[in-house]
Design a protein around this ligand. Structure first.
Ligand code: ADP
Length: 260
């Protein structure tokens, strides 16, 4: 895929300054009477892997859904680069997502699953068939499932399915990749392997990614920067080292400290 040669961003948190890919600006959201997000702002840098960490119910999924366009905020804006994307429908946002239970299409082969987003485009925007085939081949290589294109989801392990789901999300070359506990349902060893593998893929593609997890180890191991959410408020954003060494609040300290 064309993004494969982009530079790694793993050092972004240390020295480099990069541009803002996504700006979340003063987002608030209430469901029924419960306020779920409170005036939340955060900049996601181009090419970074941002871990969105917080206890269950802290608003992580809601924020991701708002960025994706699956939910609308009550207040605030979502900017993609300089463009206001707040009013755009999900199909117009060029986002890719993988959710824990966002299943593959069972009746489609692995290759057709990966090509789905490209095939679904209007004719004028759809790549030619050989180009789609080439891109699917590159993605199968990337997820280390070359030769699996003709298989069906039922013939794959859980971890392999999530890798295909990731390839499907990457196929459309999204502005941002949104991952919501994508390995949540898998067992500990598979989960650990996939973490390492995701980091590797990210280093090779430089794809701007937001990764939701309630698992501190996962966030600290994977992320360029970690954003810690608690009860709908952003407590702190920083590199894994920064948030561990200089927690901005007692809440962050407690939450990060709980696992050591
Ligand atoms: P997290 O991803 O951090 O676990 P969520 O964003 O899923 O948190 O949920 C935050 C809060 O918002 C929870 O209390 C949840 O019950 C509530 N919530 C989320 N979606 C809805 C919805 N569609 N309707 C009503 N309440 C919701």
């Amino acid at each position: 895929m064309s993004g494969a040669s982009r530079a790694s961003s793993h050092t972004a948190g240390l020295t480099e300054r990069s541009s803002t890919a996504i700006r979340v600006e003063g987002i608030s959201k209430t469901f029924d009477t419960a306020a779920v997000l409170h005036d939340l702002s955060i900049d996601v840098r181009a090419g970074e892997l941002l871990g969105l960490l917080g206890p269950s119910g802290s608003g992580k999924t809601t924020l991701l859904r708002i960025i994706a366009g699956l939910d609308a905020p009550d207040r605030g804006r979502i900017l993609f680069g300089d463009d206001d994307a707040t009013g755009l429908a999900v199909q117009e946002r060029a986002v890719g997502f993988v959710f824990q239970h966002y299943a593959l299409f069972k009746h489609m082969s692995v290759a057709d699953n990966i090509a789905y987003g490209l095939n679904a485009r209007r004719r004028a925007e759809r790549p030619a068939r050989p180009e789609i085939k080439r891109r699917v081949g590159d993605l199968l290589d990337l997820i280390r499932l070359s030769g699996f294109g003709d298989r069906y989801p039922s013939q794959l392990s859980g971890g392999q399915r999530q890798r295909v789901a990731l390839a499907r999300a990457l196929a459309v070359e999204p502005r941002v990749l949104l991952l919501d506990e994508p390995f949540g349902a898998l067992d500990a060893q598979v989960r650990k392997d996939l973490r390492r593998w995701l980091r590797e893929i990210h280093d090779r593609t430089g794809q701007t990614t937001i990764f939701v997890t309630h698992d501190q180890d996962e966030a600290l191991e994977l992320s360029d920067r970690v954003a810690v959410l608690d009860r709908g408020r952003l407590e702190q954003v920083g590199t894994p080292d920064e948030v561990q060494e200089h927690p901005a609040s007692a809440t962050v300290m407690k939450f990060l400290g709980d696992h050591v």
